[in-house]
Design a binder for this molecule. Structure first.
Ligand SMILES: Nc1ncnc2c1ncn2[C@@H]1O[C@H](COP(=O)(O)OS(=O)(=O)O)[C@@H](OP(=O)(O)O)[C@H]1O
Length: 303
């Protein structure tokens, strides 16, 4: 993770606020999307509109729990490999989280800046597109995403828990969870899958062939690395390696954030009705789309 102390400081603060926040008071809606009051404010969203992106910013866009901390680590290591300078970001890395003054402070940060975000495409500041920043979009199959999201809520002691998996599943399907609907997020981003400055990455592909995927990310970002350098980054980016360092990199939340790191964990929670409901929703929203094909739903989400 970029700047450890800032990340840990911010998370500790959010957890402290979470302790006093019941689930029924966790969300506020901004422009139709629910966000956690412990991490987002409408003042920050308003300030974000005027955020000035740079052409060499690297945007990491993902729905929650699709692997943003994984990609952030990989891209930080790629920058280190090409520049010999450790990538540091003296702010919490999620663009839309933090105080409204953070964008003023970010003007002083050296390039390249990594901007992680869970925002839907149409909620991003326009300067990202105008200035042609490169965007990596990370996706994960919806069943494992939902399961990871549920565990995060219910395993981290200070984060409001759901009464049950069934209750969380109902809210997830309705899009009544932090950052809104997975499917709306996916439908929106799918429209831009072929854009020149956009590259989609799949969690499951990273799991299957980390070296090849890191190589592709590196090429997309215009970096030139040797096979040995790519191999070193891959070795440092495996789930066991990242989980082992998670307390140091992410503080108390580390072991919850790096929970299991597997494809197919949904099989432990989904019942038959939930499987049917998710399969139906996938069909309605993504079947026949480029992203739908890329997600390999049949391989990853059907028994
Ligand atoms: N290196 C590596 N390999 C495999 N899987 C990994 C890795 N790093 C993070 N993860 C898994 O990604 C899930 C967390 O996603 P995010 O980082 O996007 O979470 S968050 O939205 O920022 O809170 C979470 O998934 P689950 O384990 O299924 O809960 C993490 O374990």
């Amino acid at each position: 993770m970029a700047d450890k102390s800032k990340f840990i400081e911010y998370i500790d603060d959010a957890l402290e606020k979470s302790k006093e926040t019941a689930l029924s008071h966790l969300f506020f809606t901004y422009q139709g999307i629910p966000y956690p009051v412990t991490m987002c404010t409408s003042e920050t969203f308003q300030a974000l509109d005027a955020f000035e992106a740079r052409s060499d910013d690297i945007v990491l866009a993902s729905y929650p729990k699709c692997g943003s901390n994984w990609i952030l680590h990989i891209v930080s290591e790629l920058i280190f490999a090409v520049s010999n300078k450790k990538y540091t970001c003296p702010e919490f890395p999620v663009l839309e989280c933090g105080d409204a003054e953070k964008y003023q402070r970010m003007k002083l940060f050296p390039s390249p800046r990594i901007l992680t975000t869970h925002l839907h495409y149409d909620k991003l500041p326009q300067s990202i597109f105008k200035n042609k920043a490169k965007i990596l979009v990370i996706f994960r199959n919806p069943k494992d995403t939902a399961v990871s999201f549920f565990h995060f809520h219910n395993d981290v002691p200070d984060i409001p828990s759901y009464a049950s998996w069934d209750e969380f599943f109902r809210q997830f399907i309705k899009g009544q969870v932090s950052w809104g609907s997975y499917f709306d997020f996916a439908i929106n981003w799918n429209k831009y899958i072929d854009d020149e400055n956009v590259k989609f990455i799949l969690y499951e592909d990273l799991k299957q062939n980390l070296v090849a995927e890191i190589k592709q990310i590196s090429e997309f970002l215009g970096f030139s690395l040797t096979d040995k350098q790519i191999q070193v980054i891959s070795d440092q980016s495996t789930f066991p390696a990242m989980r082992e360092n998670s307390q140091e990199t992410h503080g108390a939340i580390g072991p919850f954030l790096f929970r299991k790191g597997e494809v197919g964990d949904w099989k432990n929670l989904f019942n038959e009705t939930q499987n049917q409901e998710m399969d139906e929703r996938f069909k309605e929203c993504l079947a026949g789309t480029s992203l739908g094909a890329k997600l390999k739903y049949e391989s990853h989400c059907l028994d």
